[in-house]
Design a protein around this ligand. Sequence first.
Ligand code: 48H
Length: 257
Amino acid sequence: MPLDDVVISRAIIERFTQKLLDHLECDVAIVGGGPAGLTAGYYLAKHNHKVVLLERKLSIGGGMWGGGIMFNEIVVQEEGRAILEELGVATLRFRDDYYTADAIEAVSTICSQAVKAGTRIFNLIDVEDVMLTEKQVTGLVINWSSVTLAGLHVDPVTMRARFVVDATGHVAEVAQIIARKSGARLDTSSGGVVGERPMHAEIGERMILENTREFFPGVYAAGMCANAVFGAPRMGPIFGGMLMSGRRVAELIAARL
Ligand code: 48H
């Protein structure tokens, strides 16, 4: 049968529309498709929760593709290695408790596992606001990132979620939005986003698990965002903490679902 160009278009439009409609209400909406968000998605979806992940860029993977200074190798410690192995990413012992993995294999495999477990990923979507009642965040306000980039005046749409994960990395965007727009106090020492501290891998990696928690009713911080929200050191190109934080936030939310 000859290929019909319009049938191809129809297939894409119908399927995508259905996928989006099916996910306008979900258990957990994760903002940010870096290692923390993807790992959180994997563990939540694996436990049969309805999970949506929103990423503003075309590609998924956040800051993991470039390893350190664009040398596309990542470093993990033993706990991080265990997660990579579970996901099917090969690791190589460097020395002592230091392991490496190919950054491209890590991103593509974690993404694939998250999707296969059931996380529905929408790329090119910008989370520009939250839905807020007097008690808690109840969902997200989304738009095409191309609209934001072009500075077009196009209104967004909304997505309802029982819980939101801010996995937006250094910028802690969801937390910044809540603090800026609602005037409400976050559950941090300053009541706002404290900001990340200078590099200290040992403390940064340790504190990230402590900081992976709810900072506003219905909203959890994970990954680099957790240290940015609560004011803990950055840790450079060691990624174990991102993976562990993703798993931790999944456990915390799953316990409440
Ligand atoms: C939609 C958004 C929005 C938005 C941002 O930066 P990431 O890789 O975040 P993590 O926490 O998974 O990993 C952090 C790691 O990559 C890193 O930077 C480390 C370890 N740094 C240490 C150091 O010392 O420098 O991914 C966040 C993702 C990105 O892809 C953004 O595009 C996306 O979130 N994002 N997506 N709507 N409003 N804001």
